[in-house]
Design a protein around this ligand. Sequence first.
Ligand code: SF4
Length: 296
Amino acid sequence: MLNKNIDKLKNLLDNLYNTYDHSFLETDPLSIVKEYKNERDREAAGFITAMLSLGNVKAIKKTVRSVLSVMGKSPYHFLSDYYPEKEPDKFRNISYRFYKPEDISLLVSWTAQMIRKNGSIKDFFLVRFNEKDPDIGHSLSGFVKRIRALDAAPFYKHAPPAGKGAGHFLTDPEKKSACKRMNMFLRWMVRKDHLDFGLWDEIPASMLIIPVDTHISKVSRYLGLTSLSSPGWNMAVDITNSLKIFSPEDPVKYDFALCRVGMLNKCTNGKDPDICSLCPIKDICVVRENFTKTNT
Ligand code: SF4
């Protein structure tokens, strides 16, 4: 960790956590999952929502609502009885970015197969969970491999390769991907507070890894939480290890707030002092500090 202002950083992180609370939920796809009250529905809707969380929030929500509206009031009940070979066209009108209708249909089919195979996504995940691992990475890798082995018919002969169509959903820590959406889904399911559901209490929150996207990557670098520049699995572990200094049992608690800082502030990398003066991380931001030093 780069930043030497440990006490200052702890105060800042705790203030951010308290500031960016559930009142900011509408800025996140998690708000859709919260609309479901039943645990199994939250798990099923949560998985599909997290996997489609790519791009801007408005577009994500629109797509997720289109998919979930096909499932009626209970995604869990729909999925428990969804056999795509009988109804291959159920999601034929829905596409999103580079996901074609067959990719979204396969995502739904994989979710249905996990539920039918083990009773729930949690129990499907727990088959490869090892509580002795230092973090969730190895278990997540096993989970992804199990999904890849599920039936891809009638949409594909085999699951598309990683990074292509539906294969893009199946990011794997072993391949050094940051696995942002998978880690976000795990955060929603494992952590418990005003935001996250805490439905998977077999997994300690201390094993979670922060979901790194462009916002988390940037804000974490600016706060000195990582010196790595490439937003992959190693960066996610590095940031999480830094956050463990402040919250060893629940390092990922800061994810939602740090992401809002990145999303909601129009950072110009220190070039605009007026923007920096309003920024909640201005007192610790290493970029602002360096920019000010170089230009005075
Ligand atoms: S203090 Fe300025 S440079 Fe740093 S994150 Fe905020 S807006 Fe960006």
